[in-house]
Design a protein around this ligand. Sequence first.
Ligand code: ADP
Ligand code: MG
Length: 319
Amino acid sequence: MDEFEIIRSYFCRQVADPQLKIGIGDDCAVFNPGSGHIAVTTDTLVEGVHFFSDADPEAVGFKSLAVNVSDLAAMGAVPKYFTLALTIPEYNSRFLEKFSHGLFRMASSCGISLIGGDTTHGPLSITITAIGTTKPGMEITRSGARPGDEIYVSGELGGAALAVFLKSNATHLTDPLLESDSFMKLDYPQPRVELGCSLAGVASSMLDLSDGLSSDLMHILEQSATGAHIELEQIPYSRSLFELDLFNRINFAVSGGDDYELCFTVPPEKRNALKEIAEKLGISVTRIGTVTADRGEITYTLNGIPFDIKTRGYNHFAK
Ligand code: ADP
Ligand code: MG
C-alpha cells in the first residue's frame, strides 16, 4: 500500500460541514472561519516517550487526538478541525485499522473533523494540530488568576499516574487490572470539552492537567503573578488510589500526570455559577485551594498542617 492508498483507506471520511470548503486531497484544507476567533494547538506523541511500545494502537489513536482536544477545552474553545502528521515504520494494516478507529472514535465524541495531514515513513510518531473556535475575548487564559480566587479541578486525580507506575514496575498485569479505571484513564482520557466551553465568564484562568497538578499549576501562577495554597485533604483522589497509603495517594494525585482534567480558578462571587454549570453537565468539580499573593509559590497543607510535596516526591512511590 502506498501513502495515498493509506490516506484513502484509513483517513478520508466524509465531513458534512458547510464551513469546510476543501478537505483532504488538495494542497491545503480551506474553511470559512465564521465570526469567532480561531484557537490552534499542536501536540506530538512519540513511541517510547509518550506511549509504551506495546500500547494498543486504538488507545494511541484515541489519546493523540484527546490530548489536543484537551488543550482546546482548556482555552474554552469549541473543537472544529484537526490535521494528522503520521510517521509509521512500515505499512501495518492491524495498526492502521485500530489507530484510525480510536482516532475517529475520539473525533466523533467531540465533533472535530480530520481535514488534512501528512503520511511519512520513519519511527512511529503522531503529530496532531487541532483547531477550535472561541467567542472573541472569551478565551480562558493562564494569566487571569487573582489572589482570593478559588482553585478547582474536574473529575478525579492520580488514576493515570498509577497506571503508568504499574506498567513500569509490575511484572504481571492481569486483564481486570488492565481494564480498571486507572488504565482506562491513561489510555482513553476524556477531554472536558463541555465543561471548558461553559466556563467562559466564570473561570478567571484555566489549563489542562497533563504533567501533574504541582507542575501544571505553576504555569497559572507564573503567568498570573500569583501563588497558591492547596488543601491536600480536599483533592478528589482517584478511586484506584484508595488502597494506597496516604503519602503515595498524595504523590500520585499531585505529582503524577496524564489525567487530562481541567484545573481552573474562579472568583468567589462566581462560585454559584460554577456549581450550576457542573450540576447541569453532571461533572464533578472540586475546590482544592485558593490563589494567594505569594508569587510563584505553592504551599500545601494536610488538615491544616504544612506538607512538603517536593521532598516527598516520586521517591515515595512504592509497590
Ligand atoms: P502534499 O503533497 O501537499 O504534501 P500529500 O501528498 O502529503 O500532500 O497529501 C495529500 C492529501 O492528503 C493532502 O490533502 C493531505 O492534507 C492529506 N493527508 C496526507 N496524510 C494524511 C493523513 N494522515 N490524514 C489525513 N489527511 C492526510
Ligand atoms: Mg505530504
